[in-house]
Design a protein around this ligand. Structure first.
Ligand code: FAD
Length: 502
């Protein structure tokens, strides 16, 4: 790999969530002699969807020194305790994938094995009864975790946010500009490369201005202006496993109660999201154009809104998959430029966060090291693939056969890594988080059980304890959670007291 002078001039291409998250994070860490510039085009705009998150984003905001209440006020944000899946396992069924713990610590054997024993004998409730993150949303309650109550489920509430994507980008922009990021408005018309090794040299804007840099972060969204259009990094297509390739998105009027969770409702050829914000609800129908037409997808979406639509539904096309190289030469792709996965588990903004975190770990200081670039790409690929598997699980582990789409999903081959995970769970309920994969055993458990996948057996040590003792422990877990939920305030009430937008 070419040894170049220290990389000081960093140019971020794009001012969507990816661009401004990258800018804000780097600006926090880098001062002179580094120079951070961000080029974006108001004329092109941002994708403007991407409003549901997972709990990790709290660490990102905290690292930037962002005050949570201020952030929620500025973005019309609400709290999210999990995702409710409606009609996914079978029509008429619903479950919540809650953040945080299920059950409690019972020694070497995970709680769910005890639950499985009782469940088999008809002596236990739904899995969701044993997690505060599923019990509280059912009653529309919310409370920030109480670490001072160490033994209580209230200490362990996991939560994330819903927010207005455009307002979040604006909020981060303000933050980044205050820390010295220079924003350049303009449409990039040409990308210039070094003649010797093909590295990117600069960007020619429509105005004629030349923006030169040493290192480029491609946050240009699905256009992938640098990583693909210029550097031809290549794309691995996953649409045979995840056949949805379109979304119609529409905001609707706020419809109380303000739910502290995202809802995902399965339809005949895809699913519909519902994201409650303070001032409106975000909705969208993710569907597969192989199985349903756009008109039908639009009418399905509009028929399921709780409030009046506030705009015409907007169509977004996508191809699920990942960039073959996320980092190539002196360019790293972050956000939609790096790949696309449907927002079923709200993972894209997290992938931005982890790309930025990884980039910081691997930040080049004296030239570009092939071994570091390869490792960055390997880690990112692993992360992408494990999330992909988790999303495929929702389609594969469904009993639905009521449409061509669902029949396709039920009978398709899945990646070997996922097949193995399902088989392992199906046998005796065993689940293992592999390395740094994003989703924990708790997440896999909730989705597998929620989709109707129950193991044949459970851990043999469970039978070492008398049934009455197991029953008492499991029942006690549920009643403690019920008592905790009873003292939690309503979600809307909590927001009104702490972070209502003005
Ligand atoms: P964009 O927002 O598209 O930004 C691209 C930027 O590049 C813009 O500023 C544009 O102006 C600039 N640009 C492009 N070309 C040029 C040029 N030639 N010159 C100058 N500037 C240029 N993620 C979640 O985590 N949760 C969700 O609930 C969720 N829902 C989603 C729903 C849908 C239907 C889709 C499609 C995605 C969803 N995502 C979600 C993903 C999320 O929207 C994105 O990860 C996030 O918005 C980041 O987008 P981005 O910044 O990469 O791209």
């Amino acid at each position: 790999m070419t040894a170049v002078a220290p990389l000081r001039r960093i140019v971020i291409v794009g001012g969507g969530t990816a661009g401004w998250m990258s800018a804000a994070a780097l600006a926090k860490l880098l001062g002179p002699p580094y120079e951070l510039r961000l080029v974006e085009s108001d004329e092109i705009g941002i994708i403007g969807v991407g409003e549901a998150t997972i709990p990790h984003i709290r660490a990102f905001n905290e690292a930037l020194g962002i005050d949570e209440d201020e952030f929620l006020r500025a973005t019309q944000g609400s709290f999210k305790l999990g995702i409710e899946f409606v009609d996914w396992g079978a029509r008429g069924e619903r479950y919540i994938h809650g953040f945080g713990k299920v059950g409690r610590e019972l020694g070497a054997v995970p709680f769910h094995h005890y639950w499985l024993r009782l469940r088999r004998e008809g002596r236990a409730g739904e899995l969701g009864d044993y997690s505060i993150n599923t019990a509280a949303p059912r009653e529309c309650k919310f409370l920030r975790p109480r670490p001072d109550m160490a033994e209580s489920p209230l200490a362990d509430i996991g939560y994330a946010y819903h927010f207005d994507a455009s307002l979040y980008a604006r909020f981060l922009r303000h933050h980044a500009e205050q820390r010295g990021v220079q924003r350049i408005e303009g449409r990039i018309e040409q990308v210039l490369r070094h003649a010797d090794d093909g590295r990117i040299k600069g960007l020619r804007l429509a105005s004629g201005e030349l923006v030169e840099g040493d290192f480029f972060i491609d946050c240009s969204g699905m256009r992938a202006l640098l990583i693909e259009q210029t550097l031809k990094a290549g794309y691995e297509d996953w649409s045979h496993w995840l056949p949805c390739d379109r979304a119609l998105a529409v905001p609707s009027a706020a419809a109380p109660p303000l739910l502290p969770y995202t809802r995902s409702t399965a339809h005949a050829a895809g699913w519909q999201w519902r994201i409650p914000l303070q001032h409106r609800v975000g909705n969208g129908h993710v569907f597969s154009s192989r199985f349903i037409g756009e008109d039908e997808a639009r009418s399905t979406l509009l028929a399921q809104l709780d409030g009046a639509p506030l705009a015409e539904p907007r169509l977004v096309k996508f191809l699920t998959g990942r960039r073959k190289e996320f980092w190539k030469l002196n360019c790293v792709a972050v956000g939609l430029a790096s790949g696309f996965m449907e927002p079923l588990e709200s993972t894209s903004i997290h992938l931005i966060q982890s790309a930025v975190t990884r980039l910081i770990q691997f930040f080049p200081h004296a030239g570009l090291e092939a071994v570091e670039i390869a490792e960055y790409n390997r880690q990112t690929q692993f992360e992408y693939e494990r999330i992909r598997d988790f999303i495929i699980l929702h389609y594969k582990a469904s009993a639905r056969e009521d449409s061509e789409f669902w029949r396709y999903c039920r009978h398709m081959q899945v990646p070997e890594t996922l097949r193995h995970k399902i088989e392992l769970f199906r046998a005796n309920g065993r689940l293992f988080r592999e390395g740094t994969e994003l989703f924990t055993e708790m997440s896999w458990l909730q989705v597998m059980v929620g989709q109707g996948l129950l193991p044949a057996g459970y851990h043999p040590f469970v039978d070492q304890r008398p049934l009455a003792e197991v029953q008492a422990m499991v029942d006690d877990t549920r009643s403690v959670i019920q008592r905790c939920v009873a003292v939690m305030p309503g979600h809307a009430e909590f927001i009104a007291a702490h972070c209502a937008a003005t």
